[in-house]
Design a protein around this ligand. Structure first.
Ligand SMILES: NC(=O)c1ccc[n+]([C@@H]2O[C@H](COP(=O)([O-])OP(=O)(O)OC[C@H]3O[C@@H](n4cnc5c(N)ncnc54)[C@H](OP(=O)(O)O)[C@@H]3O)[C@@H](O)[C@H]2O)c1
Length: 332
């Protein structure tokens, strides 16, 4: 989803990205679960997309095919790795090996995959700093919304005390539908799956673990905590009954799955919020509030997922890396 959206944007906006940001991207390799195709002079994004839509990358006749994943990274003349592999919260793979290998070979990294970061955030950041490479991950939280950048900005020249938010669109869709229609959890989940808001295996979302990954990443990057996924106390929405949702509604409240990070705790749990609270968003939306000591509460709201949206976060990170590298080069 995200990888193909990125290829689509690159094939449509190459010239604009070059003219506006100096981002003259050369795609020297692409990989999927079966292998990688490399070409030092650059692959054509539109052609890669067309071949991928029709099957596996092996069908790409332009370039050299290898099934040595992620070993091929060591053979590349590349500046940056973009990782859009699946999120795995058991061991972080394959993202962990790709990111680690890229850092060790001196590549900057942009990732949208949450597992490796949630499990090994402090270690990966330290490794990147030690090797002098940039590690960015805007798309891991809030899809196309600049949640991490917004949170950092809220804390600039102030003190952030708390982050609290609806960080998972699937569970928010289910809870909103239970609220609006009186459906049971199972019925609302079934509807979310039919409409494509929930995966066939929705475990990561409804258990609260996807939210836990995101609050771990925010706690590290925005609050400066050295936390990993195992530090988060997690409960999901599987046990939420329709009566609980109805009673809350009668009292002017809405049940929402919230991720919370502050000085004392890292937690994911269903909680009630006032129906006029900015966090009482409906449908598949996300909303995240950053509470600062002097400037107060600031909330960012929007669509928290989607291919083109998340691919835009990747571009935002690429522009940021480019800016940093240009600034460094001009200081030498
Ligand atoms: N979709 C969203 O809206 C969204 C939003 C924010 C963040 N994310 C995160 O972005 C990541 C990608 O999501 P997605 O929806 O694009 O997933 P997806 O459609 O399942 O795509 C995953 C891609 O990773 C490739 N892959 C799997 N194992 C690999 C391996 N061992 N080596 C190399 N490539 C491998 C797959 O290859 P094949 O094509 O061969 O299967 C596929 O191209 C996930 O971590 C997700 O949590 C997604």
């Amino acid at each position: 989803v995200v990888g193909q959206s990125l290829l689509q944007i690159l094939s449509e906006r190459y010239e604009e990205l070059r003219a506006r940001y100096g981002l003259g991207l050369r795609l020297v390799a692409v990989a999927d679960s079966t292998g990688a195709v490399t070409k030092a002079s650059g692959l054509n994004p539109a052609q890669v997309l067309q071949v991928k839509k029709g099957g596996g990358l092996k069908g790409l006749k332009d370039g050299n095919y290898t099934d040595d994943l992620p070993g091929f990274l060591g053979e590349l003349e590349a500046d940056i790795l973009i990782d859009a592999t699946p999120t795995n919260i058991v061991d972080g793979e394959p993202s962990y090996s790709f990111i680690r290998s890229a850092i060790l070979h001196g590549l900057d990294v942009v990732t949208v995959s949450k597992g490796a970061l949630a499990l090994y955030f402090p270690a990966l950041k330290e490794l990147a700093a030690h090797r002098g490479v940039v590690l960015r991950f805007s798309g891991t939280v809030g899809g196309g919304m600049p949640v991490i950048e917004f949170g950092k900005e809220c804390g600039r020249a102030d003190r952030l005390e708390k982050i609290i938010g609806v960080l998972n669109g699937t569970t928010n869709y289910i809870l909103s539908r239970m609220e609006e229609t009186g459906q049971t959890f199972r019925e609302a989940l079934g509807e979310a799956q039919r409409l494509g808001y929930a995966e066939r295996d929705p475990t990561l979302d409804i258990s609260g673990l996807d939210t836990a990954c995101k609050i771990t990443i925010l706690a590290n990057e925005v609050l400066g905590k050295g936390a990993t996924l195992s530090d988060v106390k997690v409960s999901g929405i599987e046990e939420i009954g329709v009566d609980e949702v109805r009673t809350a509604r009668e009292r002017g409240l809405a049940v929402r799955l919230l991720g919370v990070a502050d000085g004392r705790r890292l937690e994911v749990s269903p909680q009630t919020v006032g129906e006029r609270d900015p966090l009482a968003v409906k449908g598949a939306l996300n909303a995240i509030t950053f509470k600062a000591t002097h400037s107060g509460s600031h909330t960012i709201t929007g669509k928290g997922a989607g291919g083109p949206e998340t691919a835009t976060s990747i571009l935002r990170d690429l522009v940021a890396v480019k800016k940093m590298r240009v600034a460094e080069a001009s200081n030498i």
